[in-house]
Design a binder for this molecule. Structure first.
Ligand code: IMP
Length: 437
């Protein structure tokens, strides 16, 4: 299969980085198609933990070419820092291995300042953004005044950047935020331009040629389906197309490139979310602490990008079904199964019912699909199915048949809700802690 799309089935943080890492061992290209450094993809290789925000995670494999597609928004300062971090860890970084689309958009310090000022202005109704300037950069793209990577190469780039900063300063003043000093930013960018120019390419042409030559491309989605600008829990979403079809527009590929695509939905064995917005199966109290972890381990549920504690809850099968349909999943990769070990019983949400519906009656409507998408989930409450848990530590298991039968039953139920088989199960943070089914 030439194109494989790895996409988050929930609100991001599903563990896509390590699933990409698994498949990248046999891929030629790995390509990000959306978002920017709001993402945080973690890959653990032996003692080294790589936390990647911009560069596609597949870069860790020496033969893979990493592509940053036109659907991305790129903060040059953060990108250069990440390139330096990777090079220092012995990962070869060169224009032959890292390609940046000329049509990706640039994030400037003004976008970051605007992101923070807009969030402050929203007060208690804030979205809980990562503060990385994502929304303002995509706003500039949509209103057709954005700066693109190709602009870095233009003779008048400094003037265009200055004009952008002046207009952002006016907006910052209206929001009651301090304007930015323009000159130091212009100087910084002169350096970024010099260092990034060799990496700029028409990546769409290169990916098309790769597909024609029979190469394998892994498209690496950032965030998750429920944070998609169109299909997520709007307005508590990010500003890009996170779903699998977004891989085509975000990489500049035609529809036929996806004809036989493998679409791997990455789903955490329970549900998490960082930031505001609906979360019907959210848990509080001891069970929440148990699922979240204390924060002392890198795999505990604290944001990779912001360090914020994540909200946690039971797996939501209604939202998983929704994600399976929107993305066209062909298979699932279930992550963090090991965290559920030791729980007496497990709940999975298999349907919603109207809240305050009183005693459950025969005519009462149960929703297994969402009547109007996931934006307004307040009128519903989850209907749970209880499954037995398992006591065994599964972190050493590598074969499906060696999983406790209750764990297999749980995974079969997840597959049933999504309507596609489970192909991979992660049972720990290490590269090889995977059950390949
Ligand atoms: P933004 O993408 O920074 O604008 O944030 C919008 C929403 O998406 C917030 O709720 C963030 O917490 C969430 N978000 C953005 N990126 C990620 C991610 O990579 N993982 C999980 N949540 C994310």
């Amino acid at each position: 299969m030439a194109l494989q799309i790895i996409v988050g089935a929930q609100w991001g943080d599903e563990g896509k980085g390590r699933i990409v890492d698994w498949f990248a061992a046999n891929a030629d290209f790995t390509a990000r198609y959306n978002g920017g450094d709001n993402a945080g993809h973690t890959v653990t290789v032996g003692e080294t933990i790589f936390k990647l925000h911009l560069v596609p995670s597949g870069i860790i494999h020496p033969k893979v070419v990493a592509v940053m597609g036109n659907g991305m928004v790129v903060n040059p300062q953060r990108l250069l820092e990440e390139m330096e971090m990777l090079a220092a860890a012995g990962i070869g970084i060169s224009p032959a291995r890292l390609r940046i689309s000329y049509a990706a958009h640039i994030i400037t310090p003004a976008h970051q300042a605007l992101d923070r000022a807009l969030e402050a202005a929203r007060g208690k109704d804030n979205i809980g953004t990562t503060g990385r300037g994502i929304g303002p950069a995509y706003t500039d793209k949509a209103t057709r005044r954005g700066l693109r990577v190709a602009d870095l190469l233009a003779a008048d780039f400094s003037e265009r950047l200055a004009a952008h900063l002046e207009s952002a300063n006016a907006a910052l003043k209206t929001l009651g935020a301090a304007p930015l000093e323009i000159e130091p930013i212009l100087t910084e960018f002169t350096d970024y331009v010099l260092r990034l120019t060799p990496y700029v390419a028409d990546t769409a042409v290169e990916l098309d040629a790769a597909l024609r030559a029979g190469k394998t491309i892994l498209a690496e989605g950032a965030q998750g389906t429920l944070l998609d600008l169109d299909h997520g829990t709007y307005p508590f979403v990010t500003s890009s197309s996170t779903v699998a079809p977004g891989a085509l527009t975000g990489l500049g590929l035609g529809l036929t490139a996806a004809r036989d695509a493998r679409v791997t939905g990455v789903v955490k064995a329970f549900q998490t979310r960082v930031g505001s917005g609906p979360f019907p199966t959210e848990l509080t109290g001891d069970l929440a602490l148990r699922l979240r972890g204390t924060g002392e381990h890198p795999w505990d549920e604290y944001g990779t990008t912001t360090g914020r504690p994540r909200r946690v809850g039971w797996l939501d099968g209604v939202l998983l079904r929704y994600a399976a349909r929107l993305n066209g999943f062909t298979e699932l990769a279930v992550t963090k199964l090991d965290i559920l070990s030791g729980l007496e019983t497990l709940n999975i949400c298999t349907a919603y019912r109207p809240k305050n519906a009183g005693t459950f009656s025969r005519d009462e409507k149960l929703f297994t699909d969402l009547p109007f998408g996931p934006a307004d989930l307040a009128p519903y409450e989850p209907v749970y199915e209880e499954l037995p848990g398992w006591k065994e530590d599964v972190s050493g298991v590598r074969k499906w048949d060696d999983l406790p039968s209750a764990a297999r039953d749980y995974l079969d139920r997840v597959a049933g809700l999504a309507g596609v088989p489970v192909r991979l199960v992660s049972v720990g943070p290490e590269r090889e802690q995977i059950v390949n089914h």
